[in-house]
Design a protein around this ligand. Structure first.
Ligand code: NIG
Ligand code: FE
Length: 429
């Protein structure tokens, strides 16, 4: 049971992230608004006071509150992972070995691996098995301090399968963290539409997308628009249809080549444009002036053995609202830990630890349209926070590959995985 009133005390550094209205850009990306020796009051899952311990602990209202003593650690907003392919059935270990042997991601996909091979497995998997897989990953994310996650479909690639995956995601919402589903029908061309990608887009636009909208199974629609993926005219047609149906837009763009997808995302007012490793330098100022969030995914670059990361510094200098996410998926980024995304942002893209933390919380929340309730630790916001075994927030980007999270709290509730959710790899469904 969640106590009615909770006093969080003993924070050596409490990163409130209070600051300018999101999305944060330029100097705003550094606004952590740290309170040293801080305390915070939570009532009914919401933050009601935050400040120096000397003031907060003397408030009359905290006299009978339950206490959570974090013993000199760092407290910050829970991570908002704004780009994941959470529900995928099974890892792609064959692809992994092929890549080690020297084949590229695009070659593996063309040879029958890749996204379409996941789709074959996901179509055959039982609903219970899919649920068990995604549930296990949600607990792993929560254990690393993530409190909100965006989750894309896109591993069934037909109407019934995509709806089934979105229903599973819907059923996982809040168990244990918040899940915001995105419809990614245009992720790859399924077998039965081989060589007929235009017909597949027609099918998605005329049948599947309206069904997703009618059942309110997704807030966002996403497309993989790149070389060897969907073309610019196909993406435009699909995204315009999505916009007419009231979906927010997200776009996979410039992962391998900028074929115009970044400019299209900006033109259509997308919430987010993601990847950007190969963004055309001429488009950087256009993105910088827009309200579309630039979501960077350094985990996929690392895992694919690449060296060309998104030009984070140039994007920040151009005024872009930068966010960070894991891109958690079985093909390019089997990484669920947002702390690792922060570390990669610092070491590979030269973002400062402060910029990376703003990108991984408040800006990611903005890209999902939820910055009014999560992403910062301020009165009136959800009590979504993580306690890190660190005395200084910069350790998050420094101890790379580690999990410093010792407690994750969602809506005021301390998350503790039940026994049967242990991550031993066994299917429970
Ligand atoms: O964001 N490149 C497109 N989509 C994913 C990969 C999905 C997969 O390979 O299963 C990405 O990297
Ligand atoms: Fe992705």
């Amino acid at each position: 049971m969640m106590p009615k009133r909770l006093l969080v005390r003993g924070a050596r550094q409490l990163l409130t992230l209070r600051g300018s209205a999101p999305p944060r850009r330029g100097a705003g990306l550094k606004e952590l608004s740290i309170i040293e020796n801080a305390a915070m009051v939570v009532e009914d899952g919401q933050i009601t006071a935050v400040g120096p311990a000397s003031r907060i602990e003397n408030l009359a209202t905290v006299r009978h509150a339950e206490e959570l003593n974090v013993r000199g650690r760092v407290v910050m907003p829970g991570f908002v992972d704004s780009h994941t392919h959470l529900l995928y059935g099974a890892p792609r270990l064959e692809d992994f070995e092929m890549r080690i042997a020297g084949r590229s991601y695009e070659e593996i996909a063309a040879a029958g691996g890749g996204i379409a091979s996941s789709a074959k497995k996901v179509r055959r998997a039982s609903q219970a098995a899919l649920r068990a897989q995604a549930q296990r990953e949600l607990w792993r994310m929560a254990a690393c301090g993530t409190t909100t996650v965006e989750a894309k479909s896109g591993y069934a690639l037909d109407g019934p399968g995509e709806l089934r995956c979105l229903r599973v995601l819907d059923g996982l919402d809040g168990q244990p963290i918040e899940v915001l589903p995105t419809f990614l029908g245009a992720h790859a061309v399924p077998e039965e539409f081989h060589g007929r990608s235009d017909a597949y887009i027609d099918y998605l636009v005329s049948e599947v997308m309206p069904a997703v909208a009618a059942r309110k199974l997704a807030r966002f629609v996403d497309v993989y628009c790149d070389r060897n993926a969907f073309s610019l005219p196909q993406a435009r047609r699909y995204l315009e249809a999505a916009r007419r149906l009231g979906f927010g837009l997200r776009v996979h763009a410039a992962q391998f080549a900028d074929i115009g997808a970044v400019a299209l995302a900006v033109e259509l007012g997308a919430h987010s444009v993601d990847h950007l490793e190969r963004i055309d330098p001429a488009v950087i100022p256009v993105l910088g002036r827009s309200s579309t969030v630039a979501t960077l995914l350094p985990g996929s670059v690392l895992f694919l053995g690449g060296s060309q990361h998104a030009p984070a510094r140039a994007l920040i200098e151009a005024g872009a609202a930068v966010a960070l996410a894991t891109d958690y998926n079985p093909g390019t980024s089997p990484m669920w830990n947002m702390q690792m995304a922060v570390a990669l942002a610092c070491t590979q893209m030269r973002m400062t630890p402060a910029e990376a933390i703003v990108a991984a919380t408040v800006n990611a929340a903005y890209s999902l349209g939820i910055a009014d309730r999560t992403g910062t630790l301020e009165s009136g916001k959800q009590a979504d926070f993580v306690v890190l075994d660190a005395g200084d927030y910069r350790e998050i980007g420094y101890y790379f590959g580690a999990n410093l999270a010792v407690m994750t709290v969602k809506n005021g509730r301390l998350l503790e995985p039940p026994e049967e959710e242990s991550t031993d790899g066994k299917e429970t469904g």
